[in-house]
Design a protein around this ligand. Sequence first.
Ligand code: UDP
Length: 310
Amino acid sequence: MDRVLVTGGAGFIGSHLCARLVTEGHMVYCWDNMETGSESNLAAIMSSPRFELVRHDIITPRDLAVDRIYNLACPASPVHYQRDPIHTIMTSTVGVMNMLELAERYGATLLQASTSEIYGDPKVHPQKEDYWGHVNPIGPRACYDESKRLAETLLVAHERQRGTNVRIARIFNTYGPHMSADDGRVVSNFIVNALRGDDITINGDGSQTRSFCYVSDMVDGLVRLMHSNLRGPVNLGNQVETSIMELAERINALAGGRSALVHRPMPIDDPYRRNPDITLARQRLGWEPRVSLDEGLRATLKYFRSMMGT
Ligand code: UDP
C-alpha cells in the first residue's frame, strides 16, 4: 500500500484517479482548493477510511509524508483558467515548486499533469514529444500554456539538479463523467445543449479537430506512467481525430436529435488541429486508449442525464 497525494483530486480526472487508487488499496490524500472541483465527484469514496479530502491550495506549502504525488491541481478549461490568470500562473509555478519540494523531502515520485496546450496551435501533425510547440506568450491562453510549460522546465531542472523523481504526462483532450456542466468544454457544452434541446453552438465552421480520450483510459495511462521509469514528457491521448462538426452531429444524434447546430465566431488562438503521436506511450507503457468515442459519449450522456434529471 502506497501513501498517495492527488492534488486537484476533486476535479474531473482527479476524482476518477482517486477512486481507482482507493480501490487498489492505497491510502489516498486529496488536496483541492475546490475552485473547480466538487465533493459530489468523490461521493463513491468519501466514506472510505483510505481516503482523506483537505481543502488546500497548493500555492501555500503544506507537509505530508507520501510515496507518490499526482499533481493535477490547476483549472484546465479556458473559461476557468482565464477567470483569474495570475492565480492560474501561480498554481503551475509556485504550486509546482511546492510539490517538487515535498517530493524531494520524502523521496516521493511526482507526476505532473502537463497538457497538449504546451504545443499551442501546432504546426506539426501529429504532435510528438520532441516538438517544441507554437505558443502565443501574451494571448488569452498564455496564462495556462506558458505556466504549464514552465512547470515542465521546473520538473526537469529539479530532476537534473537535485535528483528528484519526476514524470510528465502531456494530457490531450479528455472527456467523461464528472466534467462540469459549466466549464465551456466542447463535449460537456454539446451534451448539455443536446439534452436540453437548445442550439448546439459550433465555433467557426466546425472543421477544426480534436482527439478525444475517455477518462478511464487517461487514468490508466497516468498510473502506468507513474509506475514506469520514463523520465521525459509523454503524450497521453486518443489518436482518433474528430472534427467539431462531426462531434456535434454524433452527440445530437445520441441525445435524440432535437437541437439545431448553429455557428458563432472562432475564439482567439483556438488551435485548428490537435492530434497526439502516442508511439512512446505505446512502446514504453504498453498503453493505448480502448474506449471508442461512441461508447464514451454514451457513458458521458448517461452521467449528464442523471445530473440534470432529464
Ligand atoms: N467549441 C465549440 N463550441 C463550444 C465549445 C467549444 O465549437 O460550445 C470548440 C472550440 O472552439 C475548440 C474545440 O471546440 O475548437 C475544443 O474546445 P475545448 O474548449 O473543449 O478544448 P480545447 O480548445 O482546450 O482543446
